[in-house]
Design a protein around this ligand. Sequence first.
Ligand SMILES: [Zn+2]
Length: 440
Amino acid sequence: MEERSFKYRVTDGWLRDLASEPTPNDSWPCIRWDEKLLEDRIRFLNVQKELDMTYNVVWGLFINHSWPVPFENIIDDRRSELLKQFVQSAHERRLKILSGVGIYSWGFDEVIKKVPEVSAGHNKAMCLFSEKAWEWQRRVLDFLMEPKWGLDGVSMQSADQGRCNCEKCSKLSPAEHHAIILTRSAEYIRANRPDWVIGQASWGLRLDEPSEFEHIKQISKAVDYMVEVQELSAFTGRRKQIIENLDCAFGSVGGVFVEPPQHWERLRWFLPCGLSSAKAIKQLWDDGGMACEYFYRPFANPVEELSWRVGARILKNPDISPEDSLYEAVKAVYGLGESDSKKLTEWFIRAENAYFSRSNFRIGNGPISLEPLVWSENPSTPGPAIYLRDRMSPTTLTDYADELGRLKSELISMNISNQAIEKTITAINGTLNDIKLLMG
Ligand SMILES: [Zn+2]
């Protein structure tokens, strides 16, 4: 019998996106790796295994913005050892580890500064027509493909930071341009590591435009799966048709992607969104989707673990209802009996609706940032709560605070006492406090 599951059940994010400790004094993305983070990662792998996820894409295993020039001493022995332990722990759980990799951009800031021939003027993206650029790209791919790391593949991104705008590159349409560098890279990887999985995430690149379809099709011949970050093809009703005509698995980021706030204490926010993710993932399945890059959550916040579980469960079993998936997740995270779990499930349905019925976020429309990822006022201090400030009017915010207050009282009056409930109450207080700060 055919298995009714997504084929590429991927979870992904930057190295510390699931960390139990914030890094309030570092610029984003901080990729510090210590014993505590390894512990967090293994805890996450355990839940991944429990829910039968298949792949884990990590950004920042080796670098954040810049591969070094010259290309040497990429990581020290200690980091190398942590990486080895992580990969081994994943393999013991039958999970595969893919590395995120920038294609012609992301990771080449220093290369662009020091090796002028690679770029034709863009300070983040190398030029498609530069031989030197392809040499540097190959160097990075060769490095990742070294068997000593034990990696099982890559997820490629080429468009997140724009693209070369030189005279020659500008003659190519965006999809045409990205198809060339993505296909070139994927074919190189295939030739060297036929055992590898190759994913592609389309940050910054639209997949839904009919005039660009032939180029998207070309990418699909070279990769195993591609991910549409904003589900624009679904909004316009074209997704099913696109999926039918591509040669690889197609996916999304799972409806709601809450960008983990690097600088914030882990119990500063309360934003349940598992049901919305689960519903979006079911729609993707109905359209023929078979892949999802479903983002990491910091499980130190139980509501984040809950949300992650609700969507992840649907990837394995798209036939169960989002509400049933929520119920299972509530049982697992809060460790309660049937009756309390049912009550709490009903409560979470209302709590999730409280935010999404008031906010201007459209499910499937990319990320919700809690704080700005990169904050211009000071990139290395905690930023303001923009998921509140920029998503609701002041009147609606006041109304939302009232509703959160009611929900909190109800939760307290359920008389369930355990650590996860205490943390949930702290998280609600965190959001209420941010609303108070915004209302000044
Ligand atoms: Zn160019």
